[in-house]
Design a protein around this ligand. Structure first.
Ligand code: TDX
Length: 294
């Protein structure tokens, strides 16, 4: 822990970022900072453009000014759009065209293009990774898995969008971090690496698995109005990072989901504090008016 220094600042705040670079003089910058929740981007796109696009620009400008060994952009599989459910043979490769659906994914794709432009135009030593859905400890309660765990523990209804058959490709967060570490140390500058573990599940399967682990009834499940522009299926082809850098995921979903549920059981104070404050207003706005589907 002594090696970690936490500084709270906005990456779009040029003055604060430049001051930080001046005092800390970093060798490597990994941009994990993002507005990341699709539903919030549908309600209010602007903050997504500011943080995800302009914030990326500020960080890269600081890297150019102060010098850097590596800039790494943490991106997402959502920049590739979605895949149809009836074509299980299709996967996103690094060559799949960018084709975004939500203001969130459009902002992440814009940032990726900007990173590639800074690499080519200014020679910024940059890499990009595009990962599938993460899960694990400290996942903010607005996202599917932590939201369903918290609601189930509070015996609240579990709001499944549409028919629950949308597919996501889940990766344990530590496997994602290990992949990023490998890219920083061994990845080739200018390259994009997809990260995913061939672990596709429908949303309804995920929700039922959580209920089973917690020994809660399926009657808590409520089907509600679908997300606007809801992507059907994400599925990553991780061949490049596997063959070039030797990365493979280590945590099986069956183990990772049990570890995650246990973490939420053991760290109730962390998430209860979050869902009792400002978040109550968010929850009401996001779910209060969603019609229940029969
Ligand atoms: O209450 C819910 N009910 C529901 O059915 C929520 C919050 C979600 N869902 C569905 C929507 C998605 O199909 O579950 C799926 C997963 O939803 P999210 O957790 O919001 O994730 P997703 O939209 O897939 O995006 C995530 O993965 C890619 C991250 O939030 C992004 O930041 C990342 O880039």
């Amino acid at each position: 822990m002594d090696k970690i220094k936490f500084v709270k600042a906005d990456i779009a705040d040029r003055k604060a970022v430049f001051e930080l670079f001046e005092t800390e003089n970093p060798d490597v910058v990994v941009n994990f900072a993002a507005e990341s929740h699709v539903d919030r981007s549908i309600e209010n796109p602007e903050v997504f453009l500011v943080t995800n696009i302009l914030g990326t620009q500020v960080l890269m400008d600081a890297c150019r000014k102060y010098g850097i060994q590596r800039y790494h952009q943490v991106s997402t599989d959502e920049v590739y759009g979605d895949l149809p459910l009836d074509r299980p043979d299709l996967f996103f490769t690094e060559e799949t065209p960018i084709h975004t659906s939500s203001p969130y994914s459009a902002s992440k794709a814009s940032a990726d293009l900007l990173v590639q432009a800074y690499n080519r135009t200014f020679g910024l030593p940059a890499t990009i990774s595009r990962c599938s859905n993460n899960y694990g400890p400290y996942h903010f309660p607005e996202k599917l898995i932590p939201l369903m765990i918290a609601n189930a523990l509070n015996n609240k209804s579990l709001p499944v969008y549409g028919n629950g058959l949308n597919v996501r490709d889940w990766l344990y967060v530590e496997d994602h971090c290990k992949a990023i570490d490998l890219i920083i140390h061994k990845g080739k500058v200018g390259e994009v690496y997809n990260i995913g573990g061939h672990n596709e599940k429908t949303n309804i399967d995920i929700v039922k698995t959580i209920l089973k682990i917690l020994d809660k009834p399926e009657s808590l499940i409520t089907y509600v109005t679908d997300r606007k522009g809801h992507d059907m299926r994400y599925a990553i082809d991780p061949t490049k990072i596997h063959t070039e850098l030797g990365w493979l995921p280590e945590t099986m979903f069956a183990d990772g989901i049990v570890k995650t549920v246990n973490w939420y059981l053991e760290n109730k104070s962390w998430w209860e504090k979050i869902i009792s404050g400002e978040y109550t207003k968010y929850y009401e706005e996001m779910y209060g008016n969603r019609e229940e589907l029969k």
